[in-house]
Design a protein. Structure first.
Ligand code: AMP
Length: 502
């Protein structure tokens, strides 16, 4: 008798069933886990508080495992805040039917109601009140103000204070007032007075070079800065071995008496800052209005624009049109990071606290040479990077550590935090930190101890470095020299091919 085995594969179609739907759990971010069955594969849609959820980069459905007709996955949420709390409804459907399931999610407490008796102010108002009170005479990023050192409370002034290195507020420094964030009453202190070391940055015998106006020939506008326009120019008789060189000139329009004084102090300070990774300052031209500062010209402009121009989006958009548009490689990113860290080691050695380190304030020259090029003046084009408080004060909160946000305390350690954010910017091709959050949410996240996520292209060693910069306690953060050494050895281990970027 003839015997045979026949295997028959049956394809059974059936409507979807949500087998499991759990409350959010933390994986690298947040995940609402689910298991769904169905054949054909069900389409999945989510509703948040009854409203269809538009999936995007930071809220997305991910399927991690498929077994036969069972789909295991997550609604993945990157850095959710209180606005993401609520009921999530999963709808699974195919041509044979649909199933729905609800789950409640709580990621973050709702910003606190007013505890100060002023009538139901939310967190943002309390925060604003705090900044209004303590930011009253600050000049951070104030248009037309180039204050270097002021007799007022200059704790929020953008420029170069010499730190006394004392990061810990003594009880006598604590004012009677407090900010209430959540249930926490935080004593507010005025920023510790940064003493000015006359022997360091502001030497009495500083010789600022004066350049004659007829030696400056403007060529074209490069951009608009906080103080006025920036031009590309030719400068004659500046160096003995070259008749003319290209320079960037920054103009200061309609300077008041105090504005002019600030301008001169800043020029002295810039004259004393000399390092291969700090943009070179040549001198001033003050014969008539506008006042002018002359800097070395950095061919590729600011680093943020440069990173975006060499990121995947720009490369995609330039497809076929601009064949020279190339995506930055990891070794190139390390090379950039290492140079900024070198500049910061120098600034720290001069007891100079930058307060506004960000890629928008770095410049890129030929052969991927990067220098710190701007000392904390906000820009119109980057106005969304700053949080305006109390009228004029603009704070780069996305780059600031908790103690700078809460107490406006700026130190070399707070610069280290910002350097960590700069690394994150580099490895995301110039994304805005916490781009998915509003300013108030950013303040909330940072003060609650959250940190930015590891960018997709970022090696673990570099992310560990970032985490070392983002330790909550300033003294726990990596030292700037350690950061530089680490970046240098990582950069050395992966050589850079510069020619493609010219
Ligand atoms: P800032 O006043 O520094 O905010 O500069 C405004 C614009 O001018 C920015 O977009 C920079 O790209 C450009 N810029 C500033 N300084 C230089 C420089 N030294 N070399 C080339 N471009 C510069």
């Amino acid at each position: 008798m003839l015997c045979c085995n026949i295997t028959v594969s049956l394809l059974i179609s059936f409507p979807p069933t949500i087998v499991q739907l759990y409350q959010p759990v933390r994986n690298q971010d947040w995940c609402i886990p689910f298991t769904v069955t169905g054949n054909p594969r069900p389409d999945l849609h989510w509703y948040h508080e009854g409203k269809l959820l538009e999936e995007q980069q930071y809220i997305r459905t991910e399927i991690h495992e498929i077994t036969d007709t069972e789909y295991h996955g997550c609604l993945q949420l990157d850095i959710p805040t209180h606005i993401h709390n609520g009921i999530y409804t999963l709808v699974a459907s195919n041509e044979f039917g649909e199933d729905r399931g609800n789950v409640s999610a709580h990621f973050m407490h709702i910003p606190d109601v007013d505890h100060s008796g002023t009538g139901g102010l939310g967190f943002s108002c309390i925060t604003l009140k705090f900044f209004l009170k303590y930011g009253r005479s600050s000049k951070f990023g104030m248009k037309g103000s180039s204050s270097v050192i002021s007799n007022e409370d200059d704790s929020a002034s953008p420029l170069h204070h010499v730190s006394n290195g004392n990061n810990t507020p003594s009880s006598s420094e604590m004012g009677p007032d407090a900010v209430i964030i959540g249930m926490t009453k935080i004593p507010v202190i005025e920023n510790p007075q940064y003493f000015r070391n006359p022997g360091s940055m502001l030497k009495s015998d500083t010789f600022v070079q004066h350049i004659k106006r007829h030696n400056i020939l403007l060529k074209r506008e490069l951009g608009e800065g906080a103080f006025g326009k920036v031009f590309l120019a030719e400068c004659y008789n500046l160096s003995p071995d070259q008749e003319k060189i290209l320079v960037a000139v920054k103009t200061l329009k309609e300077a008041s008496e105090s504005g002019r004084a600030d301008f001169h102090r800043e020029a002295e300070l810039l004259t004393n800052l000399q390092h291969e990774h700090i943009v070179k300052f040549y001198g001033v031209c003050v014969e008539s209005d506008p006042l002018i500062m002359v800097f070395e010209y950095m061919k590729h402009g600011d680093l943020n624009k440069f990173l975006r121009a060499h990121g995947p989006d720009a490369v995609l958009m330039a497809d076929g049109q601009q064949s020279l548009q190339v995506e930055l490689t990891q070794p190139q990113m390390l090379h950039i990071a290492q140079q900024i860290a070198a500049g910061m080691v120098y600034l720290a050695s001069q007891h100079f606290v930058h307060r506004d380190l960000a890629t928008r304030n770095c410049l890129v020259g030929e052969n991927l040479l990067v220098k710190i090029g701007d000392f904390g003046m906000s820009r119109d084009v980057y106005s969304t990077d700053y949080y305006r408080v109390g009228g004029h004060t603009m704070l780069p909160i996305r780059w600031m550590p908790p103690e700078s946000i809460m107490y406006r305390r700026f130190t070399t350690e707070s610069d280290v935090w910002s350097l960590g954010v700069v690394l994150w910017e580099i490895f995301t091709y110039g994304k805005q930190p916490w781009y998915q959050l509003s300013n108030n949410e950013v303040i909330e996240c940072i003060t609650q101890g959250r940190v930015l996520q590891r960018p997709r292209t970022c090696p673990k060693e570099v992310y560990d470095l970032m985490l070392g910069c983002w330790q909550r306690e300033p003294y726990m953060r990596l030292n700037i020299k350690e950061i530089h050494n680490l970046l240098q050895s990582l950069a050395k281990a992966s050589p850079v091919y510069l020619d493609i970027l010219g």
